[in-house]
Design a binder for this molecule. Sequence first.
Ligand code: DAH
Length: 342
Amino acid sequence: MKEFETIKQRFLESLSACKSDAEIADLKAEYLGKTGVLTALMQQMKDLPADEKPKHGAAVNAIKVFIEDEIIRFKEKKYQERLTEKLASEKLDITLPGNQQTPGVRHLLNQIVEEIEDLFVGLGYQVKEGPEIETDENNFEKLNLPADHPARDMQDSFYIDPHTLLRTHTSPVQVRTMIEKGGLEPVKIICPGKVYRRDDDDATHSHQFMQIEGLVVDQNTSMADLKGTLLKMAQAMFGEDRTIRLRPSYFPFTEPSVEVDVSCYQCEGKGCSLCKQTGYIEILGAGMVHPNVLKMSGYDPDKYQGFAFGIGVERIAMLRHGIEDIRHFYTNDHRFLKQFKR
Ligand code: DAH
């Protein structure tokens, strides 16, 4: 009996040292396997007197049951320990503050483009887009700016090859649309998009910026239509009380050409630092489409007339929101951009 107790104790010590299921299986084989400790104990039986045999057999059996039970208990205990450890290490503190997800804000320039698109779509215009990589022909030639024309210097360009460049304005979309319409249908479009010039970047210049072009071609389109349209736009951008003023100017693709000013929204036209005491702020260029431009894109200038205008989107945004540096639009500091939640 004493020997049995020793076996049990030895087994329990070995069991508590087991680190894995494989080690437990090995230990089980050591005791209960064919050549194990218990088999050896059973074999001792044949040397015992007959009256002790049943007791011996029962005792060996009891150890077998004991070992099996202990293994089950030990495994269960290990499982619980691992589970407790896992629960502790994967604990989630649901009372911690979360990461704030701030919803995005539409870029101010795109907001202005959308506002102007909405206005003009309401006036029956189509929105047209053209490629940013343009031919010299569409960007200059067909806008009445032949090679060597001095006015090409007004727009320093990024050329890709002698016939291809990054468009310097959205005006080539006028050419593309008129050619597409084949010289017969009226045209009424606005064309928003990015344009590129070889300028050194500073507070008021950027090598990339946005414009919106407008073009109307029909048989009875007049300068009065242009003026009325631009007045509507100036009021939509700067307030219902605004008036506009047209000053003579020069663009190769329009004749006559005008520079358009809006009455100052800060001083109501009385004169202040914003309008440099003039009461007016320049906002865009426009004019009546030059007969050469109509002709080169397939329209008969004796039958058709048109007006066109081009607005710088950054300029409108800077004026309207008092932004002093054009580079803010492109450095994309979220603190700047998120101020313009609609
Ligand atoms: N394309 C001119 C520029 O980028 C702007 C412009 C002026 C467009 C007069 C026009 C226009 O359509 O009629 O400076």
